[in-house]
Design a binder for this molecule. Sequence first.
Ligand SMILES: Nc1ncnc2c1ncn2[C@@H]1O[C@H](COP(=O)(O)OP(=O)(O)OP(=O)(O)O)[C@@H](O)[C@H]1O
Length: 251
Amino acid sequence: MADRPALVLDSVDLQIGGARILHDVSFEVATGEMVGVIGPNGAGKTTLFNIISGVMIPTGGRVLLQGDDVTSRKVYQRARVGLGRTFQTSSVFAGLTATENVRQAAQAKLGGAVSPWLFPRAADEAHEVAARCLAEVDLAHHAQTEAGVLSHGDKRKLEIAMLLATEPRVVLLDEPMAGVGSGDVAGLVEVIRRLHESGRTVLMVEHHMEVLLGLVDRVAVMHHGELLAIDTPKAVMADPDVQKAYLGETV
Ligand SMILES: Nc1ncnc2c1ncn2[C@@H]1O[C@H](COP(=O)(O)OP(=O)(O)OP(=O)(O)O)[C@@H](O)[C@H]1O
């Protein structure tokens, strides 16, 4: 169904011990939409990503992906429904080339380790996927470069290429600009913009406000574990509650 939301959070709660980490968080992300998640440190953004991706199970409420209730499903089960995620900290294998990194991800999608001797066609396919995904993030020229020597910006692009190899339809980007030098920002923004323009649904936590506000359709503002607002960048920036709770503290 074309009008089914890609992602639904329905009254999501998380309590750990006596602490209320998330409280009654509800919002929907439409198919093909790009939504940014902002909020001060400790607001609950990473926890929200952990709940959407299956790293944590909420103590209340539901998570729907492409219409399926995945609330208590495991990470790999959500990947099968089309969810992919990058992490705040780099997840590339430094000693492998860019191609080998993406091949690992592609092979995982194709069904585990692929021996080029036993399954030459699957190995070829993983290689083709790697080449296509590296091209999509403008890293074709670094195909044979060891990931460890890439700039932070290129490592982020490589992580996105690894994600693309798993063919996600809903993509979670956790602070993609973290640690990226100013010279690499524009290129990475372009890659993220293309992710969106290609029709994928994107949810992105990002502290770099200028980047985030220039990319997303809507912004969700988290504060003390609650959803304070979700609206267009312009409306959110003009919201007095948001300014008081978040922007006034940090900008
Ligand atoms: N496993 C846990 N046990 C106890 N408290 C936790 C746990 N995970 C997160 N918290 C707490 O939940 C709150 C939200 O944390 P979270 O990391 O989601 O915030 P955030 O908005 O992502 O912050 P930042 O911008 O600093 O990454 C914090 O107060 C944190 O200390």
